[in-house]
Design a protein around this ligand. Structure first.
Ligand SMILES: [Zn+2]
Length: 343
C-alpha cells in the first residue's frame, strides 16, 4: 500500500509499505478515502518534535470505509463509512473514567510515533485503528467526506476554543491566526451568533475568514479594529489559534478586563513571560484546550447535517495521495490553507 512517510526535515515521501493487519480483537483496519494535513503535522515536518520517529506514516485526520474489524469491535462494522478521533483513548483509565479523554493515560496521536506511543497515521491507503469502537464513528449519510474529515480534530478544536470563551450572544470574539484551526473557531463563533474579528497576515486567509462571517484585519490593524468595535473596551474574548508567543502577548493586550483568552494554538515553547500584574489587575481568564472529538463528534456531525456548519469551505486544495510532498510544501508556505489528500 502507499503511505506518506516523514523521511527527514521538510521531506516527506510516498512509499510502498506493508498493509496493516488486525493486531488485537479491538482493532479495525480502515481503507482511507480522504485524509487531511494538519498544522500539527508541520511540527515534525520542521523537526520541532524531539523523539519523533522518522519513517512514521503521518496523518491524524481521516475518513474511510472499515475494511475489517476484530471480534471485540461492536461498532462500526465492516463496510461502514467512518471518521477517526485524532487521538486514541482507552475508556478505562482514571482520566477517561472522569471524561477527560484528551488526557487519557495511554493516549496516542495517529502519525506521531516517538512523541506518543507508536501508531502509524492515516495519510495512506489503509490504517490500523486500535480501540476502534472508541476511535471510529460512523459518518451519517447526510455528511460528505470533505466535511466529515474536519470532525477528526480541528472542528472539535475550534468548537472547544469558542465554548471556553463563555460568550454571551452578540459579544465579540477575536480570533488570532486564520489557519484551519482559527477558521474553525470563526465558523463556530459565527454559527452561535457572536461578532467575530479575525486576524491574519495572509490576505487569502483573511478573505476566507470574511467569507465565513468574520471582519478580517492584518495584525497591525487588530488593536484599532477591536477598539473601534468595542468603544475602546477590548474584545470580550480572544481565541489564540496561531501557537506563537507573539500571538499570546497580543491576545493578553486585546482582551477586555474580566475577558477570556482561550488558547488552542499548538505551543511547544516552555517559557512565556506572562505579565502577572496585568493578569491580576485586569482579572483575565487564560485557558488552554485540545479538541475532544470523542465528546463532540455527534453534535458536530448533526450540525453539519443540518447545514449549520460547513467546515469544508476552508479546503483550498484537494490532491491525490501521490502528490503528498507538493501538498506539504504548499501547506507549509501558506500557498494552501487546507489540503485534503484523496486515495
Ligand atoms: Zn484513558
Amino acid at each position: 500500500m502507499r503511505a506518506v512517510k516523514l523521511v527527514g526535515t521538510e521531506a516527506v515521501e510516498v512509499q510502498d509499505a506493508p498493509a496493516p493487519r488486525l493486531e488485537s480483537d479491538t482493532d479495525a483496519v480502515v481503507r482511507i478515502t480522504h485524509t487531511a494535513i494538519c498544522g500539527a503535522d508541520l511540527l515534525p515536518y520542521h523537526g520541532h518534535t524531539p523523539g519523533f520517529e522518522l519513517g512514521t506514516t503521518l496523518g491524524h485526520e481521516f475518513v474511510g470505509v472499515v475494511e475489517s474489524a476484530g471480534d471485540g469491535v461492536r461498532s462500526p462494522a465492516p463496510g461502514q463509512r467512518v471518521v477517526n478521533t485524532s487521538m486514541t483513548s482507552d475508556g478505562t483509565c482514571v482520566h477517561c473514567r472522569a471524561g477527560r479523554t484528551t488526557q487519557c493515560a495511554s493516549r496516542a496521536l495517529f502519525g506521531y510515533s516517538g512523541v506518543y506511543p507508536r501508531l502509524d497515521g492515516g495519510q495512506a491507503d489503509l490504517v490500523r485503528v486500535p480501540r476502534a469502537d472508541r476511535c471510529l464513528w460512523p459518518v451519517p449519510d447526510g455528511v460528505s467526506n470533505e466535511d466529515a474529515v474536519f470532525v477528526a480534530d480541528i472542528l472539535p478544536t475550534g468548537m472547544v476554543a469558542v465554548e471556553k470563551c463563555s460568550l454571551g450572544l452578540g459579544e465579540l470574539v477575536t480570533v488570532l491566526g486564520c489557519g484551519p484551526v482559527g477558521l474553525m473557531a470563526v465558523i463556530c463563533a459565527s454559527a452561535s451568533g457572536q461578532r467575530v474579528i479575525a486576524v491574519d497576515g495572509v490576505p487569502a486567509r483573511r478573505q476566507l475568514a470574511e467569507s465565513l462571517g468574520a471582519c478580517a484585519v492584518d495584525p497591525n490593524g487588530a488593536a484599532d479594529a477591536v477598539s473601534a468595535a468595542t468603544g475602546g473596551l477590548g474584545a470580550d474574548a480572544i481565541v489564540e489559534a496561531s501557537g506563537s508567543a507573539a500571538a499570546m502577548t497580543s491576545a493578553l493586550g486585546l482582551v477586555r478586563p474580566q475577558g477570556v483568552v482561550s488558547v488552542v494554538g499548538a505551543h511547544f515553547e516552555p517559557d512565556f513571560p506572562l505579565n502577572n500584574a496585568t493578569m491580576f489587575e485586569k482579572e483575565i481568564t487564560l485557558t488552554f484546550a485540545i479538541g475532544n472529538p470523542s465528546r463532540d463528534r455527534e453534535r458536530l456531525l448533526r450540525m453539519i447535517e443540518d447545514g449549520v456548519l460547513r467546515p469544508s469551505a476552508v479546503i483550498t486544495d484537494t490532491l491525490p495521495l501521490d502528490d503528498a510532498s507538493a501538498a506539504y510544501r504548499a501547506f507549509d508556505t501558506r500557498e494552501a490553507t487546507k489540503v485534503v489528500l484523496t486515495t
